[in-house]
Design a protein around this ligand. Structure first.
Ligand code: NAP
Length: 322
């Protein structure tokens, strides 16, 4: 089969197409049509992610495709259209074999390209807003990196989970258009976002900040919370890991909350299935619109991964495998 290999930790440009044997028939074997690309894929090509894969490795955390074979007790059967999680590496290949609990039937209305972009971000955002952030009906959510993968996922999902207003923070006007198309009620520039949010909310602040960026905006994010607000720490695309002066939490009765979805799924068997049971009907009915990813051809995997670290990616990025 054809697969993408990362043979050395030189960054995304090290990505190359190789011919290697298919995986064995353990678990659910999937003929992959598309593979998702996410920020951790870029970090891993430089050895900067918490998980270090032995070299060479196949990048990618999620796929969509058709089941070739499955154990009898699996929730899917040969011929089914599915999305699946490798979680860390292994997705950018023509065939993958996955544990049954990480494979989910894809609604007919969701294309393979959109399906390859649905699990990693949407389940992270669902975990962040529902389980960690305790989003309540009628609340206001602000998301940093609003035109990115996690950002557009938040804009698509939050209204269906009860948010009345979703504010996107972005770095350029073009990204503002992407955020609006994904469902943002309001868009504000990253520079000076605190004042813009204060004005938009009449000085009340927001109930939840979902933050995949970190860096120097963290303190202003805390300052943008309404009393009882929650700041959800999702990632650090800005590079710097911020520190919290905990008196800020006390003064305004706000929470800073860690969101580690992958780690949660490892210690909570059945959680992924519960999440998909809630999300799949919302995708099938259109209540949560499917992502509209930017699709790269297989041979340009390196460019697709690079778009994460050079900040040019908009929305979800996906690799077309067949
Ligand atoms: N905690 C979890 O369980 C979990 C799960 C999945 C992903 N994540 C994390 O979530 C983060 C976002 O992932 P993603 O796939 O959504 O990434 P993405 O599509 O590349 O979006 C990230 C956004 O970050 C913003 N950004 C600010 N400074 C940046 C910089 N120096 N370089 C690049 N981007 C910068 C960009 O928006 P602007 O240009 O508009 O500022 C960009 O759109 C990553 O850190 C990832 O590891 C965490």
């Amino acid at each position: 089969m054809r697969a993408i290999h990362i043979p050395r930790l030189d960054g995304p440009s090290a990505a190359e197409v190789v011919d290697i044997p298919e995986p064995g028939a353990d678990g659910v074997v999937i003929e992959v049509h598309a593979a998702g690309v996410a920020f951790p894929d870029a970090l891993q090509t430089r050895g900067l992610y918490q998980y270090k894969a032995p070299l060479p490795y196949i990048p990618g955390a999620e796929v969509a495709g058709v089941v070739r074979s499955a154990p009898r007790d699996a929730p899917v059967a040969p011929g089914d259209r599915v999305a699946g999680l490798t979680l860390l590496t292994g997705a950018m290949a023509e065939v993958v074999a996955l544990p049954p609990e990480r494979v989910f039937a894809l609604p007919d209305s969701v294309s393979f390209e959109a399906g390859a972009g649905v699990l990693f971000n949407d389940l992270t955002v669902h975990f962040a807003l529902r389980t960690r952030g305790r989003l309540a009906a009628g609340e206001t959510v602000l998301v940093h990196g609003g035109a990115g993968g996690i950002g557009t996922s938040t804009l698509r999902l939050a209204p269906a989970l009860g948010a009345a207003r979703v504010i996107a923070v972005v770095s350029t006007e073009a990204k503002g258009e992407i955020a609006r198309a994904a469902g943002a009620t309001d868009v504000v520039p990253a520079d000076g976002f605190k004042d813009a949010v204060a004005e938009l909310t009449g000085g009340c602040g927001v109930d939840i900040v979902l933050d995949p960026v970190g860096g120097d905006r963290f303190t202003d994010s805390l300052r943008s919370l309404a009393p009882g607000g929650r700041l959800l720490v999702v990632g650090f695309t800005g590079g710097e890991i911020p520190t919290v002066k905990v008196n800020r939490l006390l003064l305004n009765n706000v929470d800073a909350i860690g969101v580690g979805w992958g780690a949660w799924t490892m210690t909570h068997p059945g959680y992924l299935a519960q999440q998909w049971a809630e999300l799949a009907p919302l995708l099938a009915s259109g209540a949560v619109p499917a992502p509209e990813p930017v699709v790269y051809p297989f041979e340009r995997a390196g460019e697709a991964i690079a778009s994460m670290e050079n900040r040019s990616a908009t929305g979800k990025v996906v690799l077309k495998v067949r």
